[in-house]
Design a protein around this ligand. Structure first.
Ligand code: EPU
Length: 338
């Protein structure tokens, strides 16, 4: 285990922001981690766990130790006629797990294909796309408290999952590191394909029955067309969450903007696509020096090269102000800002 000092994090965040960590270490198993946490000189040092760095915006150097979680391995640990439990190391690339499942015709995560990041980061914000969310297949996870080094298992109900929410993003932020995630996948997949654009593309295939491979191929294609590839243009996917508003406020907005898109929620609120609000305020495709709003998806902010976190943050602030002025809706960031 090698602790590096004053390490650039440019290649550790998909925005490509060039900040430095006071210390940096990569861990490959739980033993590495326990050994690291037992070092007395690190006891009081702030700790930041990084997976793929695809949901983070650095605005300054990190004055502590960055722990890059690279725990590997995908393993089927239990199966019966209907289900399969798959245990995966937190450092595995999320998309590799999806490809593993699709190849074995194990259903449940095919709609989450091509989401950047690692398996360990997936429960933190309960990743979701095209009508599916991680929590629908989540079984449990294993992890370690950063202060005590104590191991613990979290069952699904204990994770407090919500829309892009979990206990790991809130109460346990910077206190806990996920080491393994166990998902329950289905041997008789029940594909979810009601989300508008998927249904249209599937109709073109002219098939009676769709495989999860059909669905994951279509979703990967839609994502590739709409979302910028972070290896080409720095970005962190959706920068903001889709806001939820009261029905009354929604009906008022609809009077003025009859075309406003919306999604219903289980708790009597209405969810509005933030991308639509931002586009309506005229931001889509706009570029200010080295930062901008993506041309195909207004929810994605991009670094055209050498931007600082502060440049991105100031664009985000301007967007938030104009959305409040125009619609009276306050946007909340989806990315973690450091
Ligand atoms: N829209 C616009 N303009 C835009 C973008 C979107 O008008 O620039 C409107 C359109 O009406 C469209 C609707 O918003 O029909 C929904 O757009 P889309 O299907 O692209 O989904 P989204 O709400 O913008 C969410 C997730 C994405 C996820 C997609 C697909 C959030 C914050 N974002 O985006 O997640 O891929 O749904 O399920 O919930 C991510 O988290 O990084 C991410 C990309």
């Amino acid at each position: 285990m090698k602790i590096e000092k004053n390490k650039s994090l440019k290649n550790n965040n998909t925005f490509g922001i060039d900040v430095r960590a006071r210390e940096y270490v990569e861990i490959y198993d739980e033993e590495d981690l326990k050994q690291l946490l037992s070092l007395s000189e690190l006891k009081d040092e702030p700790k930041l766990v990084l997976g793929g760095g695809s949901n983070i915006l650095f605005t300054q150097d990190y004055n502590g130790i960055v722990i890059k979680n690279s725990i590997p391995g995908i393993k089927i640990i239990f199966e019966n006629e209907k289900h399969c439990l798959v245990k995966t190391g937190a450092g595995v690339i999320w998309n590799d797990l999806v490809l593993f499942a699709v190849e074995k015709n194990l259903g449940g995560i095919e709609n989450l294909i091509a989401i950047p990041g690692t398996v360990g980061a997936a429960p933190v914000q309960n990743i979701g796309a095209y009508g599916e969310e991680l929590q629908n297949t989540f079984h449990s996870l294993k992890g370690i408290f950063l202060d005590s080094g104590k191991e613990i298992v979290f069952e699904k109900e204990e994770c407090k999952f919500g829309y892009r929410e979990s206990i790991f993003k809130n109460e346990l932020k910077e206190k806990f590191i996920i080491t393994y995630v166990i998902l329950e996948l289905y041997k008789n997949p029940q594909p979810v394909f009601n989300y508008g654009p998927i249904k249209n593309e599937l109709d073109k295939l002219n098939k009676e029955i769709f495989s999860i491979k059909d669905i994951s191929d279509i979703i990967a294609k839609i994502r590739n067309e709409k979302l910028p590839d972070p290896t080409a243009i720095g970005n962190a996917g959706s920068f903001f969450q889709n806001p939820e508003i009261d029905k009354e406020q929604f009906l008022e907005l609809k009077k003025e903007h009859p075309e406003i898109p919306c999604f219903t929620t289980p708790h009597d609120k209405v969810k509005i696509p933030a991308g639509w609000l931002i586009e309506k305020c005229g931001w889509k495709g706009k570029r200010i020096q080295n930062v901008g709003v993506h041309e195909e998806q207004a929810l994605v902010l991009v670094n055209y090269g050498n931007a600082t976190g502060a440049n991105i943050l100031s664009l985000a602030q301007e967007i938030k102000i104009s959305v409040i002025k125009t619609f009276g809706i306050e946007l909340t960031e989806e990315v973690n800002i450091y």
